[in-house]
Design a binder for this molecule. Sequence first.
Ligand code: CA
Length: 208
Amino acid sequence: MAVQRILIVEDTIDIAQALQYHLERRGYETFLATNAAQALALANTHSPDLVVLDLGLPDRDGYSVLEQLRQKDDDTPVLILSARNEEADKVKGFRLGADDYVTKPFGAMELMERVTVLLRRHARRAGDPAAGAASGNDLSDEALRTRFGLTARQVVVARLLAEGLSNAEIARKLVVSEHTARNHTYHVLTKLGTSKRARVGAILRGLA
Ligand code: CA
């Protein structure tokens, strides 16, 4: 397997160096950007497999980096690294398409685990022809709302189900309890007219 490449976006040099050290020890190749402009340039030229993104950057905040990546249809996993531990910040990050969120100060071991999980999940998604190739043809949010009567929140949950996320993963991603996530899943499946989570991907692409 090719060496996986990780873009580190972090302006605090000792944190950046610690990240580089731990990631490279695990066999990843790393690139470092110390501001938002550099991050976007490196993401473009180096096509990283994952981005570790600090929110507090000297030129623009990390959210704008994430937003611009996602606007280009770039679905590279993004792990936000932040000194802020506000729920609102996490929700904002996830809404913009972040895959995980780690609060500073963080433990290197935990961070490495999360990186491994994200890369694995992304590889699984990319390796699944039904999930990967057709991702550009998903029905629009508007279509999902009018066709199935989904609420905006349910559209978000439906897309996560289509990615194969479990209720626990959805709960973590949306910063809600697992009970709430289970409820959302139930309502989404009911409205989509299926009892099988595995069918959601096809339904969202208008194939079922
Ligand atoms: Ca910073």
